[in-house]
Design a protein around this ligand. Structure first.
Ligand code: NAD
Length: 432
């Protein structure tokens, strides 16, 4: 999924660096650098042409000391157990840093969802649940959408689970459609959360948001709302966005003099985040190569596509003016690129802090499901802003106090909280 980089090795390496700084007990480190449980299973689906196709599915539960495992399900042709392990591990740190009472999980299916009909997608979603239903649940493990999966798919999955357990159980999946147990604000939550954390970072480094120019990789759910929020919440400009084109099998960067209009681009993008190139060109957009977003004149870079995109090579291409890196995607920066970011004193908002708005809103969705009482959108976004702001400052305070890189500080805050929960539950005591 990420070329040369093994995402799980990267997740373990990041953890090891901080475990060493924290002088964490070797046994405790061993517990935390591996997932607690892993499931791999095969999902048979009767295809529209009458053939039976078998898909590989995964679910990894990294750590549930602080509460039920939480994390998305990806449908991606290059999904691997290691990608899922890495993402599950990052979810543990993400929920802990956001200070929500949940653990870390992630799931996946090796499939290109764009190649399936609606019926085949529904069958695959229901098949995933039939394979996993005994090991998930509102008090156990709560999946959500991620790359290649949608609210509608969560609706089908929640329905399948409810049928199997014999009662309506909306809290088993989050990211469901509004009206089908979903929360208002969930669609915007990750992208807007990225923007709230950028706003707080700008206060810390004295940047004027109204003069700020961002360049964004990706144009899926996160990137779309990060661009809208950057312009409408902060008053800044978005120079360009990039996205993968499934038809041409390569990525392009879309830019426009004076900044892009995310609402227009959203209107010509499909549900997988591919912009219609011809329509963009007709509207005066310039179409550059995949890496053009990196070298664009910008002071804020927002990688919001896939992991491993900011690596030893690509970091050399970024414009000299970049002051802030907001990691909207999961694991976009490799350890090699991290060294360059540190050396150039670019303020980095680490992924599991920056994109924690999605899971925070998922938590709000579960709370609303439990109460069977739903908040209006402003209330959800206001609560989200409070959580993101407080999480951001707890990390930056830690970075200043211990004079460490923001990623290491985020790990310190998160690891501290998870270890404390394990201790309080007696998992680390002699008699456990
Ligand atoms: P998505 O599937 O909606 O969009 C992904 C986008 O990335 C698409 O526009 C795709 O064309 C683009 N892309 C893929 N490869 C690319 C490449 N090589 N160059 C340029 N663009 C490329 O996914 P999403 O939900 O927006 O998630 C994006 C990232 O954010 C992922 O890392 C995901 O794990 C993470 N994330 C998502 C959420 C959420 O709530 N959706 C929450 C937390 C983290």
């Amino acid at each position: 999924m990420s070329g040369q980089i093994n995402a799980f090795e990267m997740a373990q390496k990041q953890f090891d660096t901080v475990a060493k700084q924290l002088q964490l007990d070797a046994g405790v480190s061993e517990v935390l650098r591996w997932p607690m449980r892993e499931y791999a299973f095969r999902i048979p689906v009767r295809m529209d042409d009458g053939s039976l196709k078998v898909f590989q599915g995964f679910r990894v539960q990294h750590n549930d000391a602080r509460g039920p495992n939480k994390g998305g399900i990806r449908f991606h042709p290059a999904e691997t157990i290691d990608t899922v392990r890495a993402l599950a591990t990052w979810m543990t740190w993400k929920c802990a840093v956001a200070d929500i009472p949940l653990g870390g999980g992630k799931g996946g299916v090796v499939v290109d969802p764009a190649a399936l009909s609606v019926r085949e997608k529904e069958e695959l979603c229901r098949g995933w649940v039939r394979a996993m239903w005994k090991n998930i649940g509102p008090r156990n493990d709560v999946p959500a959408p991620d790359v290649g999966t949608t609210p509608q798919m969560m609706g089908w999955m929640m329905d399948e689970y409810s049928r199997l357990v014999g009662e309506y159980t909306p809290g088993v999946f989050t990211g469901k459609p509004v009206g089908g147990g979903g929360s208002l604000g969930r669609t915007e939550a990750t992208g807007f959360g990225v923007v709230y954390s950028i706003r707080e970072a700008m206060k810390r480094i004295n940047m004027d948001p109204k003069k700020a120019v961002a360049s964004i990789q990706g144009f899926g759910n996160v990137a779309q709302y990060a661009s809208i929020g950057f312009i409408e919440i902060l008053g800044g400009t978005v120079a360009c966005v990039s996205c993968y084109d499934r038809h041409d099998k390569k990525a392009y960067t879309y830019s426009k003099k004076g900044g892009i209009d995310p609402h227009f681009l959203k209107s010509i993008a499909d549900q997988y985040g591919t912009i219609d190139k011809a329509k963009a060109q007709d509207a005066g957009y310039q179409v550059g190569d995949a890496d053009a977003w990196l070298s664009a004149e910008a002071d804020v870079l927002i990688p919001a596509a896939l992991e491993g995109q900011i690596n030893g090579d690509s970091i050399q291409k970024i414009s000299k003016g970049v002051k802030l890196m907001a990691e909207a995607a999961n694991g976009p920066t490799t350890p090699e690129a991290d060294e360059v970011i540190k050396k150039n004193k670019i303020f980095d908002i680490p992924d599991f802090l920056c994109n924690s708005g999605g899971v925070t809103c998922s938590y709000f969705e579960q709370v609303q499901n439990d109460m069977n009482f739903y908040w209006h959108k402003d209330e959800v976004l206001e609560k989200l802003d409070q959580k993101m702001t407080s999480a951001f400052h707890s990390v930056v305070d830690m970075a200043e106090e211990r004079k460490v890189y923001t990623r290491d500080a985020a790990y310190m805050v998160a690891i501290d909280r998870v270890v404390k929960a394990m201790e309080l539950r007696g998992w680390l005591s002699a008699g456990a």
